[in-house]
Design a protein around this ligand. Sequence first.
Ligand code: FAD
Length: 282
Amino acid sequence: MTERQARPKRTVHTGRVERVEQLTPHMIRVVLGGEGLAEFATDGSTDSYVKLLFPAPGPDDPEPYDLDAIRAERPRAEWPVTRTYTVRSWDPGSRELTLDFVHHGEVGLAGPWAAGAKPGDRLRFLGPGGGYAPAPEADWHLLAGDESALPAIAAALEHLPEGRPAHVFVEVENAEEEQPLTVREGVRVTWLHRDGGAPGSLLVPAVRALEFPPGDVQAFVHGEANFVRDLRRLLRIDLSLPKERLSVSGYWRLGRDEDGWQASKAEWNQSVEAEEAAALRS
Ligand SMILES: Cc1cc2nc3c(=O)[nH]c(=O)nc-3n(C[C@H](O)[C@H](O)[C@H](O)COP(=O)(O)OP(=O)(O)OC[C@H]3O[C@@H](n4cnc5c(N)ncnc54)[C@H](O)[C@@H]3O)c2cc1C
């Protein structure tokens, strides 16, 4: 009989808030540091993300912290609640990890946490995951998203291959939410102000109206799930772009918290893929 291999424990990193900066009225930068990041490393993906762990109501967490034990021994309602955030930047030298949070009102966990964060606060997280970076061999790049994708878009712009053109569309609430970005020669950034409109209401027509340059495109499209689905239709069905050239997924979904969105995401993706397969067959 073979012995069952124990699943390796997942590394939980513990960041200490070093600085908090209000980048725009609704975007808050939190810089984490400290010894608890000693094992953190990224792999060069510009969309690296971490899973923040917010304690659920219940007994205090064990010290030393053991996520596997919490999940094995406590009821689900007492497991930490996860929220996903892009690594805006990671500096292994100074051991500083920068995360940018959309403060989308007083609802939710992560946005309000960032709004109240102060130096010395502790934040635990898993990760990183991720897998996109601008491909040097692509003839041009398309990047499109809302505020939640802005940290990943900003990181990608810092790593665009020299001399490769890019069309970048970022939809934010208004002009006050714009941020300075690294814009190399050949990169065209279009800011869209939804001014109370639905997320993606300007982004979808703007990308649709783009005259696609010739050549091989790599596309990065993220943000609210409904508009991401619409843009995916455009790229996959109308323009027949190969899947391998796309990094396209919903980062959040209107009317659902992250738990609700993650729980429904597999089904959502299945229906998007089924529609796509049917359209491509016909
Ligand atoms: C891989 C990945 C990377 C991400 N990176 C970032 C990032 O760097 N910065 C960032 O801010 N977000 C990012 N997100 C999105 C973020 O995880 C979600 O917005 C998350 O739901 C926010 O958690 P919350 O606790 O603030 O709100 P929740 O408790 O999850 O949601 C509460 C309510 O707010 C709504 N809501 C959630 N997000 C938004 C939003 N952005 N605007 C308006 N309403 C919203 C929900 O629909 C819900 O009704 C990322 C998501 C993924 C999957």
